[in-house]
Design a protein around this ligand. Sequence first.
Ligand code: DAT
Ligand code: MG
Length: 151
Amino acid sequence: GENERTFVAVKPDGVQRRLVGEILRRFEKRGFKLVGLKLVKASEDLLREHYWDLRSKPFFRGLMSYMSSGPIVVMVWEGLDVVKTARKMLGETNPADSLPGTIRGDFCVEVGRNVIHGSDSVASAQKEISLWFGQDELHCWEDNSRGWIYD
Ligand code: DAT
Ligand code: MG
């Protein structure tokens, strides 16, 4: 429903390349509701837990050093089907397969520098949100444009 939440992160290359505003803008304009946002330097432990399913992949070490190479902007967005829609807005894992109009399709070229993360299911979104955010960092607020976004 409208209360579905997803976890999105602008990776270190996205922060370096000044893409944070553009990415926030796309989610805001789509009509999703921002409920959490912060700039963080992720610890290796947090990243290992976040990418636990990929620990045996050959690119895992490179992924860890890329993701810990600078601050990242983590966010939680809320709205109808936001998990699936956010993944569509991101594009494919490999930017080469991502259509223009998607974030990866517009702003990057290589899988190892693909600018943004988004949860791949409602279950992983719940896990990732609780991994990266404290309860007190997730904000409930009355959405005054709600009636113009949902019928
Ligand atoms: P996604 O980020 O689209 O959910 P994933 O969960 O399969 O993709 O992988 C997580 C990240 O790991 C991905 O954003 C970039 C990196 N990665 C994935 N496959 C890779 C590969 N073949 N070579 C290098 N990095 C890769
Ligand atoms: Mg993934």
